[in-house]
Design a protein around this ligand. Structure first.
Ligand SMILES: *[C@@H]1O[C@H](CO)[C@@H](O)[C@H](O)[C@H]1NC(C)=O
Ligand SMILES: *[C@@H]1O[C@H](CO)[C@@H](O)[C@H](O)[C@H]1NC(C)=O
Ligand SMILES: *[C@@H]1O[C@H](CO)[C@@H](O)[C@H](O)[C@H]1NC(C)=O
Ligand SMILES: *[C@@H]1O[C@H](CO)[C@@H](O)[C@H](O)[C@H]1NC(C)=O
Ligand SMILES: *[C@@H]1O[C@H](CO)[C@@H](O)[C@H](O)[C@H]1NC(C)=O
Ligand SMILES: CC(=O)N[C@H]1CO[C@H](CO)[C@@H](O)[C@@H]1O
Ligand SMILES: [Ca+2]
Length: 458
């Protein structure tokens, strides 16, 4: 045709140089002449030449810019762009294109400039992109996203906040720009304005060099990234959300219903993160020592409430003070914690280490501190011995009584009966006698003396 580099009767899908496979619609461009896909020609005229080009992302995509399709043949006289939001199960028209909208689709021709905020969701038929067979003329067919954005954000899209605000609050509007699949339905090739030349039907076909679609993964504002891995696109969900579009709260993070992140209030927006579950039974891990949890906002964490069986801790996984871990019991055993049982007098406090050993006061010993070290004697705790029959002997004939006390003969005093007693002569035995309060042993001695003197008097 008028385009000198188009192939006519020389195309051959099985010969690499002469093939025009679909991939050439989305290969990296910048080549001249451009690479292009070319359909079969309209050999079966007047049977319509119908071709669908279907693009599937298997992921929800939000369009951010115009869809632009570049035709190397003349632009089709009739075509429809359709979209699906449910992975190709159902399709809705996006826009109709025809040289004559009334004749082709019984629709009034319109352009996006006829749309208003109230009619932005209307599906129109446009005649703007169907004329012009000659390749020098505009080769593009557009689906105008930006013109529609401009209805909310102003002509130069300077007020995106206003657009985002609308998108936030109007689901229909949001869904309008959202797709999982796109389909270009080619219904009638360019024929020029003359009648179809039935003698030379190889003149009529479709050829597309590029399809440009700009968008981003729909992640409901719960992700910063969308990655292509293992043959699929997926959001890198944050905020404890999950799902291909971050459209759910993660397990154990259903403390409040999921909601999308929001651009509002401007300018910072709202993250709407998923909170940990205020858990029902089984939803919080307490090893069977509690069935109630509570969410602590400050720590952003869930803790078990009222742990039983002498346990404590976020998951009732520790033993209360005064208890220690039963090494032969599992964490969910009722007997998991054993009482320390530290001796009240022999230990510093009633706590013990992981093998049940208590902290002993001086002189005490044994796991429970209820025994005394050598040199100490149990008397409401361990006391150092006063006397014994080896190193700490009572002197001057005194008798060691229960290792706590020397019973001294009448004339002696001191802890080990080591001093002479001279209370009868004032100041007799030394300056330090008789002045201070009487010690227990001297009191005993005194009573003994009194007994002796009474005996003498009688
Ligand atoms: C068919 O079209 C081609 C390309 O324009 C032209 O070279 C050829 O002469 C035409 N054949 C007939 C029979 O019109
Ligand atoms: C193109 O897709 C539409 C549905 O979107 C379907 O009804 C039609 O049969 C398809 N045409 C071809 C040629 O596959
Ligand atoms: C689409 O993605 C889902 C998961 O997001 C996956 O299970 C499924 O196999 C994918 N389908 C295709 C056709 O790739
Ligand atoms: C430790 O746990 C085992 C297993 O439940 C139990 O048989 C044992 O009595 C427990 N020991 C104590 C001292 O409670
Ligand atoms: C507990 O204390 C005893 C005595 O000090 C010690 O032998 C034992 O190793 C300690 N056990 C642990 C787990 O620290
Ligand atoms: C388990 C999990 O993913 N927790 C995350 C929940 O969200 C907060 C805040 O984004 C993260 O810090 C946690 O790591
Ligand atoms: Ca190309």
């Amino acid at each position: 045709q008028e385009n000198p580099y188009m192939c006519n009767n020389e195309c051959d899908a099985s010969t690499q140089e002469l093939a025009h496979p679909p991939e050439l619609m989305y290969d990296p461009e910048g080549r001249n002449p451009m690479t292009f896909w070319q359909s079969t020609s309209w050999k079966k005229y007047p049977k319509p030449l119908l071709i669908n080009i279907t693009l599937s992302w298997n992921k929800t995509i939000e369009l951010t810019d115009d869809i632009v399709i570049t035709f190397e043949s003349g632009r089709p006289e009739q075509m429809i762009i359709e979209k699906s939001l449910d992975y190709g199960q159902t399709w809705q028209p996006y826009q109709f294109y025809a040289t004559d909208c009334l004749e082709a689709f019984r629709m009034e021709p319109k352009t996006t400039h006829d749309l208003t905020q109230h009619t932005v969701l209307n599906i129109i038929c446009t005649e703007e992109y169907s004329r012009g067979y000659v390749w020098k003329h505009d080769k593009m067919v557009r689906f105008e996203i930006k013109d529609r954005f401009a209805l909310f954000a102003g002509p130069r899209l300077h007020n995106m906040a206003s657009l985002y605000g609308q998108l936030d609050t109007t689901k229909n509007l949001r869904d309008f720009f959202t797709i999982t699949d796109l389909r270009i339905r080619l219904l009638k090739p360019a024929t020029r304005e003359t009648a179809v030349d039935e003698q030379n039907l190889s003149r009529y076909f479709y050829a597309i060099s590029d399809i440009n679609i700009r968008g981003r993964c729909k992640c409901n504002l719960h992700a910063n990234n969308c990655v292509y891995a293992n043959g699929k696109l997926s959001c890198e969900c944050e905020h404890n959300t999950t799902g291909p579009d971050c459209g759910r709260c993660k397990k154990n993070y259903q403390g409040r219903p999921w909601s999308a992140g929001s651009y509002l209030p401007v300018p910072k927006g709202t993250a709407n993160i998923c909170n940990p579950s205020i858990c029902a039974l089984g939803d919080c891990e307490c090893f069977g020592h509690s069935n109630r949890c509570s969410y602590i906002e400050l720590l952003n964490t869930v803790i078990c409430v009222s742990c039983k069986h002498n346990t404590r801790g976020q998951h009732c996984e520790l033993c209360r003070l005064g208890y220690f871990r039963n090494a032969s019991a599992e964490l969910d055993d009722e007997n998991v914690c054993i009482e320390c049982n530290c001796n009240l007098f022999g230990s510093v406090h009633d706590r013990c280490n992981d093998t049940g050993y208590c902290d002993c006061k001086e002189g005490a010993s044994g796991p429970k501190c209820d025994e005394c070290l050598p040199g100490y004697l149990w008397h409401r705790g361990c006391r150092p011995s006063v006397c014994d029959n080896e190193l700490l002997r009572c002197q001057n004939g005194g008798i060691c009584h229960n290792n706590m006390q020397c019973e001294c003969p009448a004339a002696y005093t001191g802890i080990l009966c080591e001093k002479l007693k001279c209370e009868k002569e004032a100041g007799g035995c030394g300056s330090n006698s008789g002045q201070g309060p009487l010690s227990q042993s001297s009191l005993l001695l005194l009573t003994a003396l009194l007994g002796v003197s009474r005996l003498l008097t009688l």
